[in-house]
Design a binder for this molecule. Structure first.
Ligand code: H79
Length: 434
């Protein structure tokens, strides 16, 4: 009988909760058609046709040191790369398939190089692994709602042996857990319909992973699709419940709690534009100022942000993404203290921004200026030791404006005469409590 061990869980999650900000990288053959990572399914492309990208794959600019450096410069503390996405193409040298990077023109184990580069940059290493596999012969084809051949009766499911697929899938997870040193994150994606939990032989899979990588943290998608919180939240944890909830393309309005109201670890995965894999026509990038505020939002609600980039067919992170990463990095270098190791402040969200907290430090993130002095909502004057501008350490005086008599219970600070904030994106005040 599985017994949830909260101490172990909190110990292995500690670095992740501290890190708060990571990079997701979606990269594979689908960078060539450049219409997103679902291209084979959406366009119902037959295998033979998709193989042209396999024949062609030759990422001459692949340099994971550059990726790792871009992540670190943006203030990210970990990276998660698609070792295999739904199309089944492996960026690693699996001995259980020929559909892998070592058999393409590039001839390299891209996961091995990635893992080494990310570690060398001092970042935690994560691998994404798709539970679906549209290449494997034993994965259901016809009628499976995600599969590229779902509508083609010529690809019926007679003779397909799902157990053989499970053996293949487990074997590949074993390879990833054995051949690449210590992994910090395993990111499974995803469960749907009856394909969830024990249908993946989840208990066996997790036991194997934990025996090979005792410290690794795992998302909750052996149970859910990205929608739904899973059995840990429901209060009846299975052996494969995973360590963190993985909301996709949404920041949960109120953070995430279990049935008993206890906060759970979560990580919102968000892509910079509207595709995960490289999509040439998708120019709808979220501006850096918006993403900075979204990161703050995640932290203020007790969660992480895993921000995605999709390198192109040559292996380069698109310039638009690089520019955004650099801008975020500029802000993080000044204000990272209000992100790392921080979480919910226990103060209601103020009109002008958000609040994060670490120990006796409150971080007031001012997104928009106020007219007149700024109210320090939720803090009493007597509790405050000092108020400083985080970016430059400058003292910020409490306000002695005449308005106070109208608001006797509110503490105000005086940000000076300039209506434009020192950092128009997010000016952070560090309030040290006594
Ligand atoms: O790897 C990324 C996505 O490819 C994968 N998870 C993230 C991290 C994923 N995104 N959505 N889903 C899995 C669930 C499936 C959504 C779908 Fe659709 C809606 C499949 C078909 C309709 C999105 C829209 C994908 C194609 C069209």
């Amino acid at each position: 009988m599985y017994q949830f061990n909260r101490e172990e869980y909190e110990r292995r999650m500690a670095w992740h909760t501290d890190a708060r900000f990571g990079m997701f990288i979606h990269w594979g053959l689908y960078a060539i058609p450049a219409r997103g990572e679902w291209v084979r399914s959406i366009e119902e492309i037959p295998k033979e046709e998709y193989m042209r990208y396999f024949e062609e794959f030759d990422p001459v600019d692949f340099d994971p040191k550059q990726w790792a450096k871009a992540a670190r410069d943006a203030g990210m503390k970990y990276v998660v790369l698609t070792a295999k996405h739904h199309d089944g193409f492996c960026l690693f040298d699996s001995k259980y398939t020929d559909f892998k990077s070592t058999n393409t023109k590039c001839g390299r184990d891209l996961v091995a190089e990635y893992v080494e580069a990310v570690r060398a940059e001092g970042l935690k290493v994560g691998l994404y692994f798709s539970l679906l596999d549209w290449y494997h012969e034993d994965f259901p084809h016809y009628g499976d709602k995600q599969h590229p051949m779902r509508n083609n009766p010529a690809y019926g499911n007679e003779g397909r042996d799902f157990n053989r697929y499970l053996e293949y899938m487990h074997n590949q997870v074993r390879e990833l857990c054995t051949n690449y040193g210590k992994l910090d994150v395993l990111w499974f994606d995803f469960s749907y319909d009856e394909l969830r939990g024990e249908a993946w032989k989840g208990t066996e899979l997790i036991e194997m992973v934990r025996s090979l990588q005792p410290e690794v943290i795992i998302d909750n998608r052996l149970e859910v699709s990205g929608e739904g919180y899973g059995s840990l939240a429901a209060g009846n944890p299975t052996p494969y419940h995973g360590d963190f909830v993985s909301p996709e393309q949404i920041i949960p309005p109120n953070g995430i709690q279990d049935v008993n109201g206890r906060d759970l670890a979560w990580e919102a995965c968000v892509t910079m534009n509207n595709h995960w894999g490289y999509c040439r026509e998708d120019r709808f990038f979220k501006p850096a100022p918006m993403l900075i505020k979204k990161l703050v939002e995640c932290v203020s609600k007790g969660g992480n942000l895993l921000l995605n980039v999709g390198p192109d067919a040559r292996g380069s992170i698109p310039p638009a993404s690089m520019e955004i990463l650099a801008q975020i990095g500029g802000w993080m270098r000044k204000n990272g203290k209000s992100i790392y190791g921080c979480g919910k402040a226990g103060i209601e969200k103020p009109d002008w921004g958000r609040v994060t907290r670490r120990g006796n430090k409150l971080y007031f993130h001012i997104f928009e200026n106020t007219v007149g002095p700024l109210p320090l909502s939720g803090v009493q004057k007597e509790e405050i030791d000092r108020v400083r501008m985080l970016a430059d350490g400058a003292e910020v005086p409490l306000s002695d404006s005449w308005v106070h008599s109208d608001y006797p219970n509110i503490t105000f600070v005086d940000l000076g005469p300039d209506p434009v904030l020192p950092d128009p994106v997010d000016t952070v005040l560090e309030i040290s409590l006594k």
